[in-house]
Design a protein around this ligand. Structure first.
Ligand code: ADP
Ligand code: MG
Length: 266
């Protein structure tokens, strides 16, 4: 059986942060995810209990294959847990039927992916507003303007993705995630395809969304500099959260990665 060095554990430490009194935006309890069956079985998450504070920017780090994407996908209801529970606010996501889950995802969760995932035939503005249009909702005009201005896209709203740089496309994806004011945004390596200048722009924007607008963002990254923009870093290894670090700097993150003997993934 391919176990990827993971044992399922219900006694893993619960990373419920006592450092703040923030409400909790999302949490998992003993979350496990097992892919495949029999000999091909892979334990991607071995019993993760973690609380994600509202109005905070959290980074998730760990070696390639440690379960970062799986954790994000299960926490966001994009992938089904094998066992354990996931809550968005007070709602237990793992108990919802497909219809209610789709609605909760649409209304309360935002996503930013490494590959932008914009619709090529739509303009930047149409891409940004697409999730709201699908939900039959109107954007709040003042909030829309604020998001567009902050993200620096005012002059580019009529452009299609191919007419935008990678950094601009990712800022469109950020604006799309923010415009509905979701309870929580999950970003899986949002700067993974960007050069360092574009990365900085996207990270500054995400940071401002949390500090100035009170958004809640969870971001997977391999990059200690990206992690230094966040309030808290969770370190995954072999499908478990093994450490956390508050008020990270690039240096303290690097040092902790060294302690954990975690090779930054490729
Ligand atoms: P990370 O994002 O940290 O690189 P992942 O969450 O993508 O890690 O993967 C965790 C483990 O689960 C890895 O061993 C990976 O190969 C496995 N895995 C992920 N997705 C699938 C899948 N759809 N089918 C089978 N195994 C998967
Ligand atoms: Mg991943």
């Amino acid at each position: 059986m391919v176990q990827a060095g993971v044992t399922t554990s219900s006694t893993a430490p619960a990373f419920e942060d006592s450092a703040t009194t923030s409400p909790i935006a999302a949490r998992t309890e003993g979350l496990t995810k097992i892919y495949g069956k029999g000999d091909a079985q892979v334990v991607a998450l071995g019993g993760v209990s973690v609380a994600l504070n509202a109005h905070e920017f959290t980074a998730v780090m760990g070696p390639s294959g440690s379960g970062k994407s799986t954790l994000m996908h299960c926490a966001a209801g994009l992938d089904e847990a094998t066992s354990g529970r996931v809550f968005i606010g007070d709602v237990e996501l793992t108990s919802l039927n497909e219809k209610d889950l789709t609605r909760l995802r649409r209304d309360r969760i935002g996503f930013i992916f490494q590959a932008f995932n914009l619709i090529p035939t739509l303009t930047a503005k149409e891409n940004i507003l697409l999730p709201l249009s699908i939900a039959g909702r109107e954007p709040d005009p003042a909030w829309f303007d604020q998001v567009i201005t902050t993200v620096g896209l005012s002059e580019r709203l009529g452009h299609r993705p191919t007419e935008l740089s990678g950094g601009q496309q990712q800022r469109v994806a950020c604006a799309r995630a923010l415009v509905s004011r979701p309870d929580i945004i999950f970003a899986d390596e949002p700067t993974g395809n960007l050069d360092s200048k574009s990365s900085r722009e996207v990270l500054e924007f995400l940071r401002r969304s949390v500090s100035d607008f009170g958004q809640t963002i969870v971001m997977v990254t391999h990059d200690p500099v990206a992690a230094s923009y966040t309030d808290r870093v969770l370190f995954l290894a072999d499908g478990l959260v093994v450490e956390e670090l508050r008020s990270p700097t690039a240096e303290t993150v690097l040092e902790r990665m060294g302690h954990l003997d975690a090779t930054p993934g490729v």
